[in-house]
Write a protein that binds this ligand. Structure first.
Ligand SMILES: NC(=O)c1ccc[n+]([C@@H]2O[C@H](COP(=O)([O-])OP(=O)(O)OC[C@H]3O[C@@H](n4cnc5c(N)ncnc54)[C@H](OP(=O)(O)O)[C@@H]3O)[C@@H](O)[C@H]2O)c1
Length: 290
């Protein structure tokens, strides 16, 4: 049985769908049922369900909010991750910890390698970086770290859903940042890759779970508009400095997929293909609305 912490988030929900489709038993818990900051609760829940695989899809994901609340973000992203890793070790479960491109600075123009040195430029990035280090300190022998980026899904709040809504509900221009490059990643595509990875028995360690290729937010938005038959020329490029955000974002955060070559698993599909297969589902959030 799999246990998903952060089961109410985008990736947690996607993982549930994929496990269900593959008839793999799982339990998926939100922070009310399993608060990973709470050591006793974390141990109790794992000892109650005795999962063979534990996925940490729980995180403080408010990147701007983390700048003023770094301690609170650290409590979830670093201490919480370590608590879950330690509890997984106690019961001998495989542990999958989800991390981020934000552990890197985004300087340069070469894909970031799996074993690259962390260089976070935001509070969120620092807390996620600490989470990776703690997990690999606590339970290196049975843990996968899967770094992802630019996640979107039919669930929760994300860039793809926002763009789709803007495309369909008015005719205004939409300004989107064109000087940040990354890898738009479908949560469903990532969930499939995580399940494949764990089932494969590939060596433990760090993998990059992002869709292949690269794009700016501007190109990502254009592709969404085009794919749903909206006028992509409504999307206009702007520079990061024109779009004020509290936390600094990496400029170039494309992640290398080299490590997959050491396994029997292919890197994740191209981002445009993953987008096409997810777009029709984007409308279907839990409220049945955009
Ligand atoms: N979103 C992105 O673009 C992105 C990019 C790179 C990496 N990632 C990483 O990918 C993973 C999944 O992200 P996501 O977008 O699916 O996140 P999300 O939709 O924001 O969901 C976050 C989840 O974390 C849970 N959570 C928060 N605090 C918790 C706590 N103290 N104990 C237990 N659960 C807690 C939330 O539970 P409740 O809702 O029940 O409170 C929710 O289920 C995270 O590790 C994130 O850092 C995301």
């Amino acid at each position: 049985m799999w246990l998903i912490a952060g089961g109410t988030g985008q990736l947690g929900i996607a993982l549930g769908k994929v496990l269900e489709a593959q008839s793999i038993p799982y339990i998926s818990l939100g922070s009310v049922e399993l608060d990973i900051r709470n050591v006793d609760q974390t141990n109790q829940i794992l000892q109650l369900y005795m999962p063979t695989v534990v996925v940490n899809a729980a995180a403080w994901t408010d990147v701007d909010g983390a700048e003023k609340n770094e301690d609170n973000a650290y409590a979830v992203n670093a201490i919480g991750a370590a608590n879950l890793a330690a509890a997984s070790r106690t019961i001998g479960a495989k542990f999958v910890h989800i991390s981020t491109d934000y552990v890197f600075s985004g300087e340069g123009n070469q894909p970031w390698k799996e074993d690259g040195i962390h260089s976070p430029i935001s509070a969120y990035g620092r807390t996620k970086s600490a989470g990776e280090t703690l997990v690999l300190g606590v339970y290196p022998e049975n843990s996968y770290i899967v770094r992802t980026a630019w996640l979107y899904s039919p669930w929760g709040k994300n860039f793809a859903k926002t763009m789709q809504k803007l495309a369909l509900t008015n005719d205004n221009k939409v300004q989107v940042v064109s000087d940040q490059i990354g890898q738009p990643t479908s949560a469903l595509s990532l969930a499939k890759q995580i399940v494949t990875l764990v089932k494969s028995g590939a060596p433990f360690g760090i993998y990059h779970g992002t869709n292949s290729g690269e794009a700016s937010w501007f190109e990502f938005a254009q592709e969404i508009f085009s794919a749903i038959g909206a006028d992509a020329s409504r999307v206009t490029p702007i520079k990061s400095e024109e779009y004020k955000q509290i936390a600094k974002r990496p400029s170039y955060s494309v992640l290398s997929h080299n490590r997959w070559a050491q396994t029997t698993i292919s890197p994740m599909p191209k981002w445009k293909d993953a987008l096409a297969s997810t777009l029709s589902d984007l409308e279907l959030d839990s409220n049945g609305s955009l």
